[in-house]
Design a protein around this ligand. Structure first.
Ligand SMILES: [Fe+2]
Length: 238
């Protein structure tokens, strides 16, 4: 029998800086909002879905505008990640994807249905969403689920609570974030990649970096920046 999906939750509501939610909301207001093309390799969207609308505060902007959150990723949150894992855990060395903010506003945005390439993911929920408000993270029990409908048929649902940090291994169970129910609502979550000894950062697919950061560079239209990537193929964990 396939084991059920599991995650670990830490309630950090009394341990974050006093105005943490306001600072994050301010940073999220100027996120990169647009239609993001489906992610190569990892997407579990229906074949007719080519773009998903959402917002992102990229890692470099997060480090500049929310330095305390960047620091927490590398120390306290990393300590918590190590507490839930049986093997050594490391934060990403590459700052481009270590920690970012995913942002949804209104009813048309959601997060792509996908599987993770990293063995341990942390989500710090930054906004509250009550029953019926949408914004839940939904994990398929069927590892072969290939679209949102298949995910929803048999799933675990996590409702965002501001200040809760969850850890999970999302490599096998497709998952996505539901759209919000209200046009005026805002959903913000800090997404963190962690790596382990058996699935180190070097296994992150190069194609994923090429896709993600080419898109970000095109969106910003900053001339002169070039992604630096080794052409050496890398193994994958699974
Ligand atoms: Fe994920």
């Amino acid at each position: 029998m396939t084991p059920g999906f599991r995650w670990t939750t830490f309630d950090l509501t009394s341990q974050l800086p006093g105005d943490w939610q306001q600072e994050i909301t301010t940073a999220a207001a100027v996120a990169d909002f647009r239609d993001f093309p489906r992610t190569p390799i990892l997407s579990r969207e229906s074949v007719d879905v080519h773009h998903i609308s959402r917002g992102r505060v990229h890692a470099s902007d997060l480090r500049r505008t929310l330095p305390w959150l960047y620091k927490l990723y590398h120390d306290y949150f990393l300590d918590l990640a190590r507490a839930v894992c049986r093997e050594p855990v490391a934060a990403a060395l590459d700052d481009r994807y270590g920690i970012v903010l995913n942002v949804q506003r209104g009813t048309t945005m959601r997060f792509e249905c996908h599987v993770d390439s990293n063995p341990l993911t942390g989500l710090l929920f930054c906004t509250d969403h009550g029953a019926g408000a949408g914004g839940e993270v939904v994990f398929a029990h069927d590892r072969d689920a290939a679209d949102i409908g298949a995910v929803e048929r048999d799933c675990s649902v996590i409702r965002p609570h501001a200040g809760h940090l969850i850890f999970f291994d999302g490599r096998l169970n497709p998952h996505y974030a539901r759209p919000l129910s209200a046009e005026s609502d805002l959903r913000v979550v800090a997404v963190m990649n962690f790596y382990t000894e058996s699935c180190p950062e070097s296994t992150r697919p190069l194609e994923l970096n090429r896709h993600t950061f080419r898109q970000a560079l095109m969106a910003r239209s900053r001339p002169g920046q070039r992604e630096r990537e080794s052409a050496t193929p890398r193994p994958t964990c699974r």
